[in-house]
Design a protein around this ligand. Sequence first.
Ligand code: BYC
Length: 470
Amino acid sequence: MSINYSERIPNNVDLANDRTLQRALEHWQPKFLDWWKEMGPRDSAAADVYLRTAIGVDAQGWASYGAVKMPDYRWGIFLAEPVADRTIGFGDHFGEPVWHQVPGELRSQFRRIIVTQGDTEPASVEQQQRLGLTCPSLYDLRNLFQVNVEEGRHLWAMVYLLHAHFGRDGREEAEELLSRHSGDVDKPRILGTFNEPISDWLSFFMFTYFTDRDGKFQLKSLAESGFDPLARTCRFMLTEEAHHMFVGETGIGRVVKRTLEVMKLLGSDDPAAVRAQGAVDLQTIQRYMNFWFTSSLDLFGSEVSSNAASSFANGVKGRPDETQYEDHICSDASYELETPQGRETVSLRNAMNEVMRGSYIKDCELGLKRWNMAIQRAGHEFKLNLPSPRFRRSIGAWVNVPTDPAGNAVPREEYDRRMPEWIPSESDRAFVHSLMHRVVEPGKMAGWIAPPDRGINNLPVDYEYVRLHS
Ligand code: BYC
């Protein structure tokens, strides 16, 4: 099923044959473009950016690269190919044929989840709005813009579902997705992390490593959904998401690499000396990690959740890679979890958020292993660690339980006093900000980050990935 680019809204859902839906989406399109102009990447409209655009939804369909001005990017509606005779893979409807329309009784449950997913996409573009002004290289600037246009497309993905399957309510929700804004006091984004400012590139790399990885897990669980259009949309979104996590993983890796180079030059691991040479000390990297990891853990919801149980039971949202499990019904199974009151056994369905959080944590650890290997190879004892999931939680059982990053209970006074040792302090942020200067000469890198191992799509690292003045 190829993508039709001859229409105003590129799509592979045969939009031309549903005039009402087409008109409704064409009505929303200029509002999206106005939002992009106002809330999208700053001072970027005239730049030619070497972007990847989807031309098909299969593995080969991806590779269309070329210089595009971002406001001309062809945002559209792309669903992965349907799987013939697909059946629901979990919950009370296990084995029944998937739904092509939303079952009436599940309408509000699906709407809530689609709106929450949709809300994160424009939120992240808003959070990253000003980063282009301090990019460490043209290579990084291009990657930022690629991430931004794809988050814009992910918004389109959810807006299509809202318009196509939720009638007037859906159209209203689609408008609301453009009217809430990240960090807005009166109309903030729905989930906590998406209201945190991302005002420096270290935060951007942490966000794309930790928060986009939540995206991966949430999209994988929605790709299992019994509502087939949602499942197919999320399957295609996952192919785009992979690049965002690549940006995070290689970004943090390159910051660590540069820090190690500076430590070698200095013959010292003294954080103050590293900073004086314009690199980020490993301790500060750890504090940024503590901040974004703990915030992202909250995105999985409470450990014990009746919402999660009901989503699973009803076929709304499964577990990522559901086929890896033997029991897809989980009505009699139980799960043991740690709460501040001790170990508790709960119904597995109620613990689905915790099951997902556990898989997510394991996935996060892979990058740390690689970075720690680089640190060890350079002859240093320092080790980056993921903090305990009990630490600094704002959602779930561990809210208001003061612990240190290792998860040990500490008195409230100590918790408050020592927080600036554990997450970035004002002065850490001021230091990191002081490094953020725009570098836009092809091939040049800011001094706090190592160059990437290779360029995009087999091009050299010093390719002019963004032509700013054309
Ligand atoms: N902040 O039973 P609970 C991505 C709310 S990232 C604020 O504990 P539930 C991306 C919750 O909404 C992936 N509120 O949890 C990444 C509920 O409120 P209501 C985004 C929160 O419902 C980077 C109440 O607390 N996708 O794609 O089982 C760049 C009780 O909820 C938070 C999704 O999240 C929080 N952190 O699960 C761009 C998938 N956590 O309804 C994009 C869709 C919970 O009582 N969302 N609450 O008012 C969901 O599946 C679920 O809504 C959640 C929460 C997993 C988020």
